[in-house]
Design a protein around this ligand. Structure first.
Ligand SMILES: [Zn+2]
Length: 263
C-alpha cells in the first residue's frame, strides 16, 4: 500500500514549486527569456488547476445547487470521528438531514456511526479511504481509494448506503483524478463556501460564518472529524449546529441532502 501524501508533504511540495517559479521569474527578468515566461505561465496554470478546489481544468466539479429554490445543503468531511455523535444529535434535534463525505478508514473505525447516519436519514458519500492527496497520483491509486471506501461502508451498513458522490481531500485534483472518479461511476463534488471550522475558531465564529454563507443552492463545507488526526474532535463545529440550523430557518432555507439539493 502506498503511503498517503500528507498535508505537510503537499505543502512542502507547493513551496518547492513556488520557489522554482520565483527562480524562473528572476531568470526571466534578467534575460527576458520567452521560454522561461512560458514555463512560468504553465507552472502557475497547473498549480491553479490542481489546488483551487473549484477549478474546472481537471474536470467538472459540482459547487452549488439551483439558486432558484430555497434550499441549501450541510456537508461534513473527514468522519466519522469523535464529534460525529454530537453532530448527529444536533441535526436530529433540528430535524435536518445532511451529507457526510466519509473516509473509508473512519468507517472501519466507527461502523456504528455509518449505520446511525443511514438510520437517521442522512446521505453517506465518499471522501476517499485515508485522506491521501490525489494531485500527483495515477488512476489506480484513485480507484483504490474509492473501492476501499465502498467496501468499508458496505461492511458497516450494507450495500447501497454509500451514494456515488466523491469529494477529493482538500478539493485537490490532478490530471488523472476526474477520469478515475468518473469511470468508477461517481460525480465529483466541491463546495460553495467553507467556513474554516477545521481551524477550530470557536462555535460562535463557525455559526456566524455559516449564517453569512447560507444562501439558495449553497453547499456548505463543514467537518465532523479531522482527516489527518482521527482522534481530534470537532467540538466547535458540533456546538455551532443548532445556530446554523436556526440561521437557515430565519433565511427561509430548507436544509437538505446533496441528493435533495440537486434532484
Ligand atoms: Zn478532508
Amino acid at each position: 500500500m502506498t503511503e498517503p501524501m500528507t498535508k505537510s508533504r503537499t505543502i512542502r511540495r507547493i513551496v518547492a514549486v513556488e520557489a522554482a517559479v520565483l527562480a524562473a521569474a528572476a531568470g526571466m527578468h534578467r534575460r527576458h527569456s520567452l521560454p522561461a515566461a512560458g514555463l512560468l505561465v504553465a507552472g502557475a496554470a497547473g498549480a491553479w488547476a490542481a489546488f483551487r478546489p473549484g477549478s474546472p481544468v481537471f474536470g467538472p466539479v459540482l459547487r452549488h445547487g439551483p439558486r432558484d429554490r430555497p434550499q441549501a445543503a450541510l456537508t461534513f468531511d473527514d468522519g466519522p470521528g469523535p464529534s460525529t455523535p454530537a453532530i448527529l444529535d444536533a441535526l436530529a434535534d433540528a430535524g435536518v438531514a445532511a451529507t457526510f463525505f466519509v473516509l473509508g478508514r473512519q468507517a472501519r473505525r466507527h461502523p456504528e456511526l455509518i449505520r446511525r447516519m443511514r438510520d437517521e436519514g442522512h446521505q453517506v458519500a465518499s471522501h476517499g479511504y485515508d485522506h491521501g492527496i490525489l494531485v500527483m497520483r495515477g488512476p489506480g491509486y484513485v480507484r483504490d481509494q474509492i473501492a476501499r471506501t465502498e467496501s468499508a461502508v458496505a461492511d458497516a451498513a450494507g450495500p447501497g448506503v454509500l451514494t456515488h458522490l466523491f469529494r477529493a481531500p482538500h478539493g485537490f485534483r490532478g490530471p488523472a483524478t476526474w477520469a478515475a472518479v468518473h469511470s468508477a461511476g461517481y460525480r465529483m463534488i466541491g463546495w460553495t463556501r467553507g467556513v474554516f471550522d477545521s481551524a477550530d475558531p470557536g462555535p460562535d465564529v463557525v455559526a456566524e460564518r455559516s449564517a453569512t454563507a447560507l444562501a439558495p443552492g449553497c453547499i456548505l463545507l463543514l467537518h465532523d472529524a479531522d482527516g489527518w488526526d482521527p482522534d481530534h474532535a470537532r467540538a466547535h463545529t458540533a456546538a455551532a449546529i443548532p445556530d446554523i440550523c436556526a440561521a437557515a430557518r430565519r433565511k427561509g432555507l430548507a436544509l437538505v441532502t446533496m441528493d435533495g439539493l440537486v434532484a
